[in-house]
Design a protein around this ligand. Structure first.
Ligand code: PMP
Length: 362
């Protein structure tokens, strides 16, 4: 330990934070983190390993990821006028963006939303304002407009679809917010592979709109790659804060390869979408649950008769790990979130859930 007290070394906001907790998933059926459950077909794996042989890992990676950017542009239909910023996951993009803001800046996001917006804003000592969604998890437009007017946020994050609720907000409400905001609006499309709507087509229509995406939910979570698309002059400022070699060579080569051979990922995504319908219908058929509509690869549901904590623990004893959001309280009281897995994993989850609701009712 240093001889100086920690309070002299670290900022108070850091000392008061808790580290982001990731549950130990060993030996569980893992349905907690919105991952794609499928591995790669063997022939694709063989070809990928061949390409890695030529990856020059003795050299620093391409600092701009030029070839990877070209693949990302193609596969995400990014318009030519938009520039890209690459991040070590979209988590890092959020960090880069917030690190570049003025020290007294305010960051705003609807809540419940993705927790890293608040976590990173707080860790950097920025003001953070959460504006509650309505009881149906829709944007509360008057409340958002009032908060924009009063707080003058430098950045607003809107996840589309939203995590942890899974729904797509009303697109017209999002556009109204973008038009009313003097600062930047980041539409976070982490779950784009599972939704049919996007703001990528709106890039260029608003000077303050940027769209953030990731390859994590598509099936490449282990590679850590996200990107932000938006006006060149904004991306140029953010790029000054980015560390030069933040995207390693293996990630650049592998994501590029996967996107260029992307049919198998599209098939996997389609399978997950179909399973989402199966799981949603099965959940709706269970008594005592409220199931929320999802345009993502997970489903949020509320236990109405049994405490969610009890159901969560009971599922764990049956070897199933999902996400318990109940502790966050507010609109998420008694809410659980399940990621869509393979059909047999989903069936195991549904049987375990049925059993745990029954046990609790006995
Ligand atoms: N945005 C949203 C809405 C998310 O849910 C997540 C991950 N759970 C991320 C961003 C971060 O994704 P990654 O860092 O893996 O790119």
């Amino acid at each position: 330990m240093p001889t100086q007290p920690l309070a002299n070394l670290f900022r108070p906001e850091v000392l008061s934070m808790s580290a982001y907790h990731v549950a130990d998933a060993s030996n569980f059926i893992k349905l907690d983190a919105m991952e794609n459950p499928y591995s790669w077909p063997e022939d694709i794996q063989d070809r990928w390993l061949e390409t890695l042989k030529t990856c020059p890992i003795n050299r620093y990676p391409d600092p701009t990821g030029r070839s990877l950017c070209a693949s990302l542009r193609r596969s995400n239909a990014i318009p030519d006028h938009a520039e890209l910023l690459l991040g070590n996951g979209s988590d890092e993009i959020i960090q880069i963006l917030l690190m570049a803001l003025a020290g007294d800046a305010t960051v705003l996001a609807p809540e419940p939303g993705f927790v890293m917006y608040k976590q990173i804003a707080r860790s950097l000592g920025l003001n953070y304002v959460g504006v509650p969604l309505t009881a149906e998890f829709e944007l509360d437009l008057p409340a958002m407009l009032q908060a924009i007017d009063q707080q003058r946020p430098s950045v607003i994050f809107i996840a589309y679809p939203n995590n942890p609720t899974g729904n797509l907000f009303n697109a017209e409400a999002v556009k109204t917010i973008i038009a009313a905001t003097p600062g930047l609006v980041i539409v976070d499309e982490a779950y784009a592979p599972f939704a049919d709507c996007s703001f990528v087509g709106e890039l260029g229509h608003y000077p303050n709109l940027l769209v953030m995406r990731t390859v994590s939910k598509l099936g490449l979570a282990g590679l850590r790659l996200g990107f932000l698309a938006g006006p060149a002059e904004l991306i140029a400022e953010l790029d000054k804060v980015r560390l030069p070699y933040n995207i390693n060579s293996l990630t650049q080569a592998t994501v590029g390869f996967a996107l260029e051979n992307g049919d198998f990922l599209a098939r996997q995504t389609q399978a997950i979408r179909e399973e989402r319908n199966v799981v949603a219908a099965a959940l709706q058929a269970l008594p005592g649950l409220t199931v929320y509509p999802s345009a993502a690869n997970f489903i949020l549901f509320r236990t109405e008769q049994v405490p969610a904590d009890q159901v969560f623990t009971n599922l764990k004893t049956q070897g199933i790990l999902i996400k318990n959001l109940s502790g966050q309280g507010g609109l998420l009281g008694d809410c659980l979130r399940v990621t869509i897995g393979k059909p047999d994993e989903n069936q195991a989850f549904l049987s375990a859930l049925t059993a745990s609701l029954k046990t609790a009712g006995d």
